[in-house]
Design a protein around this ligand. Sequence first.
Ligand code: GNR
Ligand code: NI
Length: 171
Amino acid sequence: MTIKPLIILPDPLLRQVSAPIERVDAELQKLADDMLETMYEAPGIGLAAIQVGVARRLLVIDVAKEGEGKRPQVFINPEIITSSDERSVYEEGCLSIPDYYAEVERPAFVTVKSLDREGKEQLTKADGLLATCLQHEIDHLNGILFIDHISRLKREMVIKKFTKAAKAKVL
Ligand code: GNR
Ligand code: NI
């Protein structure tokens, strides 16, 4: 397994819309396994393929609490098929926007149709942190970041800070 470098804001890759996966083969499974290892190492509770530079509709999640065993989940070509009117608010972060956190309101319950690591269709009824994380990751597949759900002023401040930091690094 391999830990992959993370794509960080303001890399334009993060705004790219990822393409559907056509075949669940050994190469794709290796990518999913590498993404899980990268996510655990970070550490984070979710990771979309675009965050390691691959514009494919693949994401991994593990929302198990510390001390519980690992519960890795793989979602290929995920689609939200129902979302609740009821909303919930979580403090979100993103491995592509390190050390920045903000409250985001989203549907509290979602049903997601996807393929699993074996390429088998699965239906996931999610609530709580899993529901929030799935929506955060599916946003990534569409080039959307959690800062797109906060105020424009806050978003522009964050982008400005990360743009400056990226420029300082090349010099
Ligand atoms: O590790 C992560 N934590 C998190 C917390 C609240 C809501 C969403 C997330 S996802 C994030 C990892 C990440 O950036 N996934 O894209
Ligand atoms: Ni993220």
